[in-house]
Ligand binder design. Sequence first.
Ligand code: ZN
Length: 269
Amino acid sequence: MLPTILLLATVGLLILYMFEPIQQKEGFEDSASAYTVPPDDDPRDLPWIASWSAADRAARHGQICVPTYTEDGPYGTTIQTVSKTCEAGMAHTRVGDRIIIPDSIPIPYRDQTIHHELIHIHQRRHTDAWRTFYRRAWSFQFAEAPPADMPNAVKGARRSNPDTWDPATGGPWPVWKGRYWPVPIYTDSQTPHLREANTVWWDAWRREVLAYPPAEWSAFFGTPNQQEHPHELAAVYLTAEDRTSEAGRRVGDWWESTGSLLWSKAPEK
Ligand SMILES: [Zn+2]
């Protein structure tokens, strides 16, 4: 019931937000510019930080991501422990094969978390292989920009995710079957919080925002807990070895026959 209420509230806010005067949206920039990059942030993170929207900056206000402990991880990765304020305590990956683990993640969940993040490292190293898989097996493609008529309320409330952000393009925006665009948006775009976001779907044919995935999508992908991007879907299925959906079966097969073998190959770029 709670997710239903949250989704209804999100759509309601979205509709309200769409009809707000432009000036009010721009006024938001003032509070958001409060994020200042700490001087000891890793310079490799600057392009990602520079890509944040006003809402992204506000949601990360006051966070500290300076590593407190650094160790070698599997497959030539580096694991960095950081404060629980970093990305609101959510593990993630960054440029340079870094896996970032907030110190609030309990030890029993650490291996599983690293497993999930290793899939994201693999996606960073072998972007083209994953894109080919997504296109052929999942009907997902990426665009560098959203369609021109996607409402500003959706674009502006989008939550940036380091695991889906492509340093080469600054995008990308996934689209399923050339029609449905999943976008993770902050539940409250005026006072955004990283952990309070929902995926909405822009139906580019009917030009409407959907609070739920299309039925056809759900029939194929099931009900994974992260819908926002193929990279997250793949990491969720593979980490849980979830083959209950057609999408899960296909990525499981591809991983066994092709994907996992790429660990021993040099990164594409
Ligand atoms: Zn992930």
